[in-house]
Ligand binder design. Structure first.
Ligand code: ATP
Ligand code: MG
Length: 392
């Protein structure tokens, strides 16, 4: 029954120049992702974007809109003539289609784009309400706090009617904010951190530390599958994945360091490699799924000692999130079920019984020295391989 979709953009605080770029990117992104839906037509105005369905199934378009970052909200609309009787008939149809309760209140809001129209916007609202109310049972008027707002957008070419404003993902369009390197484990947190970074316009690449044979191919596959899920939110449905062989570093730490420090030393080695790799590739930041206090390695003291190896910017989108909030997002972006597959990640093998909660930098440096990690880090660095999809 819907004819078109009205799109509204997010983050209005940008400077004019950037805002234009923002709109262009978002529109191009929508058009590209909808390119297989041949009947669609698009129309740009200053602050709005319209998609004309022309018989295409609106659900297919909505599915795509749910993956578009930078999109503030959208509404499914139906178009009719500017005749009040026609508007009222269409309004009744739309209200019947969207109402969820037997008894509910409503109000009409009219935007009159056609300034030559003989009625004012208030008069249009009143005339429409008058005709709609007797045709819908259980509906009353409440102009202050209505359950349902019937929006009428009357223009020269016709009238657009909608009742629902559906929230989009918000944020910035893909790639607006430079390049980042996501430290991706197989857990719940890092894919969510990756998604939130994509939502802020960061062009995300991923690095994964694997320790074969301690970690299996299935653990790597998990990382690949997680990336595939969050890649849906990027412009070209793709995220590059770089895999580091971490086995020798982990062994050196395991055999030489005080077990309490294993996690701290592993983290430092990961950050060293990620920083060096980011510098080499001219990335702008590293993204990590750490959340303050979640586990021993994520106390502020631990983060500080780990972070000491680099002055590269580290973004931790989940730093202040609670686990249940993270899980909620993970479910929404369909990464949760993949994350809870049982395969071991390199951080869960050799985990000491009592990892140090408040590591002291001097002691960490003494333990690190015992492991003679530097040559192994360089070796691991040169082992980095780009994972390519077999279909590419
Ligand atoms: P996650 O759920 O993302 O695995 P976590 O709560 O299990 O996080 P840790 O295992 O302590 O936490 O890891 C903290 C962060 O370090 C991860 O979110 C991720 O960014 C990074 N990290 C951990 N293991 C790896 C790995 N094998 N490869 C790449 N990054 C990793
Ligand atoms: Mg983990």
């Amino acid at each position: 029954m819907y004819d078109m979709i009205l799109i509204r953009y997010g983050e209005m605080t940008l400077k004019k120049q950037n805002y234009r770029k923002f709109l262009y990117r978002i529109n191009e992104n929508i058009k590209n992702k909808c390119s297989h839906l041949k009947k669609l037509k698009f129309q740009n105005t200053n602050y709005r974007f319209y998609i004309y369905l022309n018989g295409e199934d609106y659900k297919k378009v909505v599915e795509i809109l749910e993956t578009i970052v930078g999109l503030h909200s959208y509404s499914l609309c139906k178009k009719t003539t500017n005749n009040i009787e026609d508007i009222a008939i269409t309004a009744v149809e739309i209200i019947n289609n969207t109402k969820t309760n037997k008894n509910f209140s409503f109000k009409v809001e009219t935007h009159r784009g056609d300034k030559s129209y003989p009625l004012t916007s208030i008069e249009i609202s009143q005339e429409v309400a008058k005709r709609v109310i007797p045709n819908i049972t259980g509906m009353t008027v409440d102009v202050h706090n209505p359950d349902l707002v019937l929006s009428i957008d009357l223009r020269n070419e016709g009238t657009y009617i909608y009742t629902e404003v559906i929230s989009g993902l918000g944020g910035y369009p893909s790639g607006m904010a430079g390049n980042g390197l996501l430290m991706l484990s197989g857990g719940i947190d890092s894919p969510v951190a990756g998604f939130l970074s994509i939502r802020k316009g960061i062009n995300v690449n991923a690095i994964h530390f694997a320790s074969p044979p301690y970690t299996s191919d299935m653990a790597l596959q998990k990382a690949i599958d997680l990336l595939e899920q969050i890649a849906k939110y990027t412009t070209d449905d793709k995220i590059s994945l770089y895999v580091v062989r971490f086995t020798e570093i982990q062994n050196a730490i395991r055999y030489n360091a005080n077990p309490e420090y294993i996690i701290t030393l592993m983290r430092r080695a990961m950050y060293k490699i990620a920083s060096q790799f980011s510098l080499m590739n001219n990335f702008d930041c590293i993204i990590n799924g750490e959340s303050i206090g979640q586990v021993a390695s994520q106390t502020l003291e631990s983060i500080r000692v780990v972070n000491e190896v680099t002055n590269f910017p580290i973004i931790r989108p989940l730093a202040t999130y609670d686990k249940d909030e993270i899980i909620k997002i993970a479910r929404k972006i369909n990464t949760y079920d993949i994350s809870i597959r049982p395969y071991e990640d390199c951080c869960t093998i050799f985990v000491p019984e009592h990892p140090i909660i408040k590591p002291n930098l001097e002691k960490v440096l003494i333990e690190e020295k015992k492991c003679d990690l530097e040559p192994l880090i360089q070796e691991a660095f040169s082992s980095i391989t780009k994972y390519e999809r077999s279909s590419d």
